[in-house]
Design a protein around this ligand. Structure first.
Ligand code: SAM
Length: 281
C-alpha cells in the first residue's frame, strides 16, 4: 500500500488529494497548530504527529512513498510582507532536509502563486540537485468549478532513479459537474444575486447545497459561517465546522490556510503524466 507522509499538514487538504490520486494512507504527519492537531488526530488516529518540522530527527522516521508539504505561505503571500526566504517562517530548507534523508518516491508541494516570484527557485534547485524530476502548475480553485479564485502553485517531483507512479489519473470532475440526465435539482432558497451561477455550479460539483454564508451578531455585523467556508473549500460537510473543541476563529483560520482537495488533485493529474513522459528512458 502507498504510504503518505504529510508536513505542515493543516487540515490535510493536500493529503486528501494525494490519497485520491495515489491511494494508500497517511503514515505520519506534522503540525504545531493546536487546531490542525485536533483535526488531523480526528481523521488519522493511527498516524503520529511528528510536530515541529525543524526539530524532527528524520533518520528515526519511517520513509514514505509520497511526501506532501503545503508549507506556510506568509513569506510569499501578497497578503503578507513578502520577506520571502529571509522570513523565519520560511520552512522549505527544513522540508528539504526531510527529503534528503527520507528520499520519497514522489514529493507534492503547495504554496501561493507568489512563491514562483520569490523562493520557488531555491526549491527547484534543491529538487534538481537531489535527483528529482519536477513539474509545476498554477491551478485555481475556479479551475475545478469552485466559486473563488485561490491561485496556488503546485509542484510535483519524482525520484529519477525510480519509475514515476501513474496514480489514478481519472478522478472527480475537473470542471463544473454536469448533471447527467438533468434531473438533479439543488437550491437552498437563498438569493445569491450575481453569484448565482457560480454557487449553483459548485453545488452541483459537490452534490450539496451551499450552507448559509453569514450570521448577524448582536451588534448588527455580519460574519462568515464556518460551514460556508468549508463548502467553498470543497470539504465534506462538518469536516472542520463540526469538529468539537475548536472556536469559530480557529475553524476559519484552518480553512483559510487549507488546500481545496479537488484543486490539488487536478494539479496532480495534470503534472504526473508530464513527469512520466519526461523521465529518462
Ligand atoms: C498553509 S498551511 C497548510 C495547509 C495544508 N497543507 C492543507 O492541505 O490544508 C501551513 C501549516 O503549516 C503549519 N506549520 C507552521 N510552522 C510549522 C512547523 N515549524 N512545523 C510543522 N508545521 C508547521 C501551520 O500550523 C499550518 O497548519
Amino acid at each position: 500500500m502507498t504510504t503518505i507522509g504529510s508536513l505542515c499538514s493543516g487540515l490535510g487538504g493536500l493529503d486528501l488529494a494525494a490519497v485520491d490520486v495515489f491511494g494508500g494512507q497517511l503514515a505520519w504527519w506534522a503540525d504545531i497548530d493546536p487546531a490542525a492537531v485536533t483535526v488531523m488526530t480526528a481523521y488519522h488516529p493511527h498516524a503520529p504527529n511528528l510536530g515541529d518540522v525543524r526539530t524532527v530527527e528524520w533518520q528515526n522516521v519511517p520513509p514514505v512513498d509520497v511526501l506532501c508539504a503545503g508549507y506556510p505561505c506568509q513569506p510569499f503571500s501578497h497578503a503578507g510582507r513578502r520577506r520571502g526566504t529571509e522570513d523565519p517562517r520560511h520552512l522549505w530548507p527544513w522540508i528539504a532536509r526531510a527529503v534528503r534523508v527520507l528520499r520519497p518516491r514522489v514529493i507534492v508541494l503547495e504554496n501561493v502563486a507568489g512563491h514562483l516570484k520569490r523562493g520557488a527557485g531555491d526549491v527547484f534547485a534543491d529538487l534538481a540537485e537531489g535527483g528529482y524530476l519536477f513539474a509545476w502548475a498554477v491551478v485555481s480553485a475556479g479551475d475545478v468549478g469552485a466559486p473563488h479564485v485561490r491561485r496556488r502553485l503546485f509542484v510535483v517531483a519524482a525520484d529519477t532513479a525510480r519509475d514515476v507512479p501513474r496514480g489514478r489519473l481519472v478522478g472527480g470532475p475537473p470542471g463544473r459537474a454536469q448533471p447527467s440526465d438533468g434531473d438533479i435539482t439543488l437550491g437552498g432558497g437563498l438569493d445569491w444575486g450575481k453569484y448565482t451561477d457560480a454557487v449553483r455550479g459548485w453545488e452541483h460539483a459537490l452534490g450539496r447545497v451551499a450552507p448559509v454564508p453569514s450570521f448577524e451578531t448582536d451588534r448588527g455585523t455580519h460574519l462568515l459561517t464556518a460551514p460556508f467556508v468549508e463548502w467553498l473549500m470543497g470539504l465534506a460537510p462538518g469536516y472542520v465546522a463540526d469538529m468539537p473543541g475548536l472556536s469559530r476563529a480557529q475553524k476559519l483560520r484552518l480553512l483559510g490556510n487549507g488546500v481545496v482537495p479537488q484543486q490539488a488533485a487536478l494539479a496532480l493529474r495534470l503534472l504526473l503524466p508530464q513527469l512520466a513522459s519526461a523521465q529518462p528512458a
